[in-house]
Design a protein around this ligand. Structure first.
Ligand code: C6P
Length: 410
């Protein structure tokens, strides 16, 4: 494996034990990577190694294992910092995932800084995780939540976004990549415009960090969130990036061990960043596993992964467009990683069930993006989403299995 030379998909596939399993008597074709990616041997082994030779609670013990676990856990934080180019590890908060990271910002920065009448801008293609926390806060504080409409092909229109910015806009909370449409939002420009309007910008990078280089300093975002499990790491771990100056002023999210510097019954004082936001025993092995996952992705090169996936998406777009009665949902220029579609002969749930019988895993439903479904006048879609190990032959297997759907329902 190396960052130079040909993209050796077969050797990467060999790193993922699950890819050699069979489903319903067929080789597994895993095309549900946007929901959660599979794990390479390097991550599985690293997590096992932690439990077998290096596990104890972190930041608490003076014994060898606690010191080792703490060093490995903090080394993984440095790996995340370097991956997204944060200035300092003080700006990298471990969370359970993107959802918790957004809830953290809503409950701390949002509760502290937003007042009645203040406006938050999201888009119609947000995941529920980047809508519901703001609705909860809106209802508590009397805020206004506005949604940027999306073009019929899934394009993010900057003009529509600009039209919603006002002098009451305090927060712009926008996905980097849509989990349903694959649309890539020009977040750098969105952030610049948000700042120009005096607003803070939060970017949901759940569907971006595994497909493209993310440089939070270059983007100049105030907050950036992602989950480890879509980045080939364990579930139960993710990260919140926040600018240090903002994090410093924010109150803690949860109270408990680890997030304090001193406690009396009268009052408590908070630990320094990033620990102020990390109450309780954290997901230790998962964090170290996420570090291993990032090392794995970096060794291949995220830009090379992205190029491989773009080729697959172009190919899938061609193959699926040729399936009789199939309509693609989301065809914005420059889209990445997912292909959503509907068929005139079958409900998406039926599609997912039939293709599963051929060993092909896709997701069907509203994909936790109901406002988008309403916006596009759909109840659900089927969605194939690719990862670093998928192949054109697997896209062929999907297309062939869709012919079976047509044969059964058409
Ligand atoms: N989308 C999908 O199948 P969590 O569950 O916290 O790890 O991630 C939530 C989340 C937030 N933002 C975006 C853009 C997402 O895609 C997701 C998760 C999965 O599309 C599961 S619903």
């Amino acid at each position: 494996m190396g960052a130079n030379g040909a993209y050796d998909v077969e050797s990467y596939r060999a790193d993922f034990p699950i890819l050699s399993t069979q489903v319903h008597g067929h080789p597994l074709v895993y095309l549900d990577n946007a929901a959660s990616a599979q794990k390479p041997r390097q991550v599985i082994d690293r997590v096992s190694e932690v439990y077998e030779t290096g596990y104890a609670n972190v930041h608490r013990g003076l014994h060898y294992l606690s010191e080792k676990a703490t060093a490995d856990y903090e080394a993984a934080r440095e790996t995340i910092r370097s991956y997204i180019n944060a200035r300092s590890t003080a700006e990298v908060i471990y969370t359970r995932g993107a959802s918790e990271a957004i809830n953290l910002v809503a409950a701390t920065w949002g509760r502290q800084n937003l007042r009645e009448g203040d406006e938050i801008i999201v888009t119609y293609m947000e995941h529920h995780s980047n809508i519901v926390p703001w609705q909860l806060l809106r209802d508590e504080k009397g805020l206004v939540l506005k949604g940027v409409p999306i073009g019929p092909d899934g394009t993010f229109e900057l003009a529509a976004f600009k039209a919603l910015l006002t002098d009451r806009t305090r927060l712009v909370a926008i996905t980097h990549v849509s989990n349903v449409l694959g649309t890539v939002v020009p977040v750098k420009e969105v952030i610049r415009l948000a700042h120009e309007a005096g607003a803070v910008a939060l970017i949901d990078g759940c569907q971006a960090v595994q497909h493209m280089t993310v440089d939070v300093q270059d983007l100049d975002c105030d907050f950036y969130v992602f989950s480890g499990h879509k980045l080939y790491g364990p579930s139960g771990i993710g990260a919140l990036y926040g600018k240090e100056a903002l994090l410093e002023k924010m109150p803690p999210y949860q109270g408990g061990g680890e997030m304090i510097s001193s406690v009396t019954l009268e009052k408590s004082e908070w630990a320094d960043l990033p620990h102020k936001f990390e109450a309780g025993t954290p997901a230790i092995a998962q964090a170290i596993g996420l570090g291993a996952a990032i090392d794995y992705v970096k060794a291949i090169g995220v830009e090379r992964i992205g190029a491989h996936e773009r080729d697959l998406i172009t190919y899938a777009t061609q193959r699926l467009s040729a399936v009789d009665g199939l309509r693609l949902v989301g065809t914005a220029a420059g889209k990445v990683s997912v292909v959503s579609f509907v068929m005139d002969c079958a409900h998406p749930h039926d599609i997912a069930t039939i293709v599963d019988r051929q060993g092909v895993a896709v997701r069907a439903g509203h994909h936790c993006a109901q406002p988008l479904m309403d916006h596009l006048d759909l109840s659900s879609t089927a969605r194939a989403s690719v990862g670093l190990y998928n192949t054109r032959a697997e896209i062929d297997a999907l297309a062939d299995s869709l012919d079976k759907v047509r044969a059964i329902f058409g």
